[in-house]
Ligand binder design. Structure first.
Ligand SMILES: Cc1ncc(COP(=O)(O)O)c(C=O)c1O
Length: 392
């Protein structure tokens, strides 16, 4: 079973990049040409290629997915003391983006795909907010409910068609956090053929090192609204009104991506279909190996979408399997396999204990029984066999 030699123990990481395309060639081109900073052909190409992939009309590259979310929320009109509905089960970045604007998160439960629970969210808006003068007001706090962030967790598409029409009636803007779901399309239903991140009012992607496409770091805003795209370009470049005299009438940010990063991103994006193919095959390989093991399963993915299989989730029934999440985590780490529990739920973080949280039940349960397994594109069959051996 062992995956080490006597001097070096070889670790299997959770999710690391794989550079098998033209990354070196494109980065060298940037260095040779001197176009290394906040403008250049790779930035243009990355934005165009994201538009072709997602069919969004406009794409604006940013320095990170978090920066993209910050700007997206600002474009949606989120102001201090507004409220934004967010899932409790997600990486904390979208919640931080709400706080950057001095707004307040309201936490929602998740469904069995780890995504925000849509029926509960609709119920919450219906029961707890009142539509007055074109705004949805939270009856408990008297604050305006300005937006909702939908995170496509682990690459799983959120099915939100009922919520979409309801939010439009209630003037609640939809921000899609598609940072984990690049390459995930809806397969059936109202959104058939659409890419995640392109259905709400605005969408955000991330090119962080652990994502399916990395630029070393970076993000992207997608929108069909030309004025939102222009405003995003303005805000991420220090809100410069005048190129010669440097007049700034608003607070801006230095949130631009560099051409070097974009060069890596362009090369990675060319490999996306191959990355998804490998990730899907590895998901199915894990699934076949784990299926016969009592008390364990690989979390299913939604049948209504073609998934990017970004992150795999092992679900543990500790009564049947005989060991709980933390015991398995410890055993994996002893064997140099990097697994990770799902993020600590956001409504339980010290910062947000006093925030409103709406009947969180399923998220508490799923966190207790889930471990994310290694999912890098470079993962070999030998690695997976070793991981399965540890579980056995
Ligand atoms: C759901 C989610 N939102 C936002 C982000 C933030 O992206 P970035 O790291 O590019 O800022 C990440 C991951 O990093 C994420 O997983």
């Amino acid at each position: 079973m062992k995956k080490e030699n006597t001097t070096i123990s070889i670790e299997i990481p959770l999710s690391v990049p794989c550079f098998r395309g033209k990354e070196w060639e494109y980065v060298k081109d940037c260095l040779d040409s001197g176009w290394v900073s906040s403008a250049g052909k790779y930035l243009d190409r990355l934005e165009q290629n994201i538009c072709s992939l997602t069919k969004a009309k406009h794409a604006v590259a940013t320095s990170s997915g978090t920066a993209a979310l910050h700007i997206a929320l600002q474009l949606m009109g989120v102001e201090p003391e507004d409220e934004v509905i967010v899932p409790t089960l997600t990486f904390i970045a979208p919640i931080n983006a709400v706080k950057y604007l001095q707004a307040h998160p309201v936490f929602m439960d998740c469904d069995d795909y780890y995504n925000i629970d849509i029926p509960k969210t609709i119920e919450f808006i219906r029961q707890e907010t009142k539509y007055e003068k074109g705004m949805s007001i939270n009856q408990r706090t008297k604050r305006r409910m300005r937006a909702i962030i939908l995170v496509h967790v682990f690459g799983n598409a959120v099915d939100f068609h009922e919520l979409e029409s309801f939010c439009r009636e209630r003037n609640i803007k939809i921000v899609e956090d598609a940072t984990e779901s690049l390459g995930t399309y809806y397969r059936e239903g109202k959104y058939k053929g659409r890419h995640t991140g392109t259905i709400g009012d605005i969408g955000c992607f991330s090119f962080n090192g652990n994502k399916i496409v990395t630029a070393g770091g970076g993000g992207m805003i997608v929108t069909d609204n030309a004025s939102d795209a222009n405003k995003a370009r303005y805000l991420i470049a220090q809100a410069k009104d005048d190129d010669i005299y440097y007049i700034h009438d608003e607070v801006g940010f230095n949130y631009r991506l560099s051409n070097i990063q974009a060069a890596v991103g362009v090369a990675q994006l060319e490999c996306l279909p191959e990355a998804i193919r490998i990730k899907k095959e590895n998901y199915e390989y894990y699934q076949r190996a784990i299926q016969p093991m009592d008390g364990l399963q690989i979390a299913p993915v939604p049948s209504y979408a073609d998934n990017n299989y970004w992150m795999y989730a092992l679900q543990i029934n500790s009564k049947i399997y005989g060991h709980d999440r933390d015991e398995i985590l410890k055993r994996f780490h002893q064997h140099q396999v990097r697994v990770r529990p799902v993020w600590h739920l956001n409504h339980l973080q010290k910062l947000y204990k006093k925030s409103q949280a709406c009947h969180i039940e399923n998220a508490l349960k799923l966190v207790q029984v889930t471990l994310n397994l290694p999912c890098s594109v470079g993962l070999s069959r030998e690695d997976i066999d070793y991981i399965i051996d540890v579980l056995k």
